[in-house]
Design a protein around this ligand. Structure first.
Ligand SMILES: [Zn+2]
Length: 326
């Protein structure tokens, strides 16, 4: 039976007439968002997605360089999302191999938490909820040098957020963003700001801990780097494999999949080389479809794990269902 609007309103009225109910719930409204972590296994390896919150970017005219703002808004509307704003999720992950505990990407950090009023920079809250002390992280693996991936390396006072961790950074990525000549050639103010931010985060203490890594090699046992350039010049993805199981940790091969996996030809404003980024995106997603391989996406909706299928216009994400079983 279908409820009419009138019947629904009457129902609400009847519920409201429970006069004998106490005036106040025994538990007050918490008024606090929950931290988020989600754990699963890849063979012998344990992965924990640890949420860092979301961005809140205005949809500018160049948000998608080759598509109008009106079309982006139309897409958001079709997905029941508010227009004119992009709420892109941030989801670092922990990889525990049993021998080492690694964190992949760091979110926007303590300074981001303050400046965003806690809508991002939430990693420390999620780590605490997951029972992980930042001091116990052995290695931080960075996918690329955008602020939402590196800013969390340092606290608001500039000290190390993960004081006992080495920092595995893509060799080409580090070279590019730390190169003064490249900085002098920055094509846009946005790219120039990324150069300056990388220098802010790469304090002497951070630089001392950097261990460059390269494609085709293991960063730690069971975690192999794959070159996925375009979003940034040295952008890396990771394949975590154990026994017959594996997951593709894609970094920013796509941003939010409901926009950029479904429309792989859309050129996102933060892609440094949009043509290369699109080529990488199509290559990686064709592989994910063909191999039916699980993908962990930094900007996927939490817990940021799923599969992808092909559609007439590109790809569509099929997200995991919450499982209480590892
Ligand atoms: Zn990102």
């Amino acid at each position: 039976m279908e409820l009419t609007r009138r019947e629904t309103m009457l129902g609400a009225l009847v519920t409201g007439v429970a006069a004998s109910m106490p005036a106040q719930a025994k538990v007050p409204l918490s008024d606090k968002p929950a931290p988020g972590y989600y754990r699963y296994r890849v063979g012998e390896i344990e992965i924990t997605a640890v949420n860092d919150g979301v961005s809140a970017m205005p949809i500018t005219d160049d948000f998608v360089r080759n598509v109008s703002k009106a079309e982006v808004n139309k897409t958001l509307e079709s997905l029941f999302m508010a227009p004119n704003v992009y709420a892109g999720p941030y989801n670092p992950i922990l990889i525990n191999t049993g021998r080492q505990l690694a964190l992949v990407d760091t979110g926007t950090g303590e300074a981001g938490f303050t400046s965003s009023n806690g809508i991002n920079g939430r990693l420390m809250l999620s780590l605490a909820a997951a029972g992980v002390d930042p001091k116990d992280i052995d290695v931080v693996i960075i996918s690329h040098y955008h602020g939402d991936h590196i800013n969390g390396l340092i606290k608001a006072d500039g000290s190390l957020a993960f004081p006992n961790a080495e920092i595995a950074a893509p060799l080409d990525e580090h070279r590019f963003w730390m190169d003064d000549n490249e900085m002098s050639r920055a094509a846009t103010p946005r790219i120039d700001a990324t150069f300056k931010n990388a220098r802010r985060v790469m304090t002497p203490d951070v630089l001392k801990r950097i261990r460059p890594y390269e494609a085709g090699k293991e960063v730690i046992a069971g975690v192999t780097a794959v070159s996925t350039p375009g979003h940034t010049p040295g952008h890396m993805s990771l394949v975590v494999a154990s026994g017959s199981k594996s997951v593709y940790v894609q970094g920013d091969v796509t941003h939010a999949p409901w926009l950029f996996a479904r429309n792989p030809g859309w050129h996102f404003m933060l892609d440094v080389d949009p043509v290369a980024a699109e080529a990488t995106r199509r290559k990686v997603y064709d592989m994910l479809v063909a191999e039916r391989m699980a993908v962990q996406g930094f900007h996927y909706p939490f817990p940021a794990l799923g599969h992808v299928e092909r559609t007439s216009t590109g790809y569509r994400e099929v997200l995991v269902q919450w499982s209480p079983v590892l």
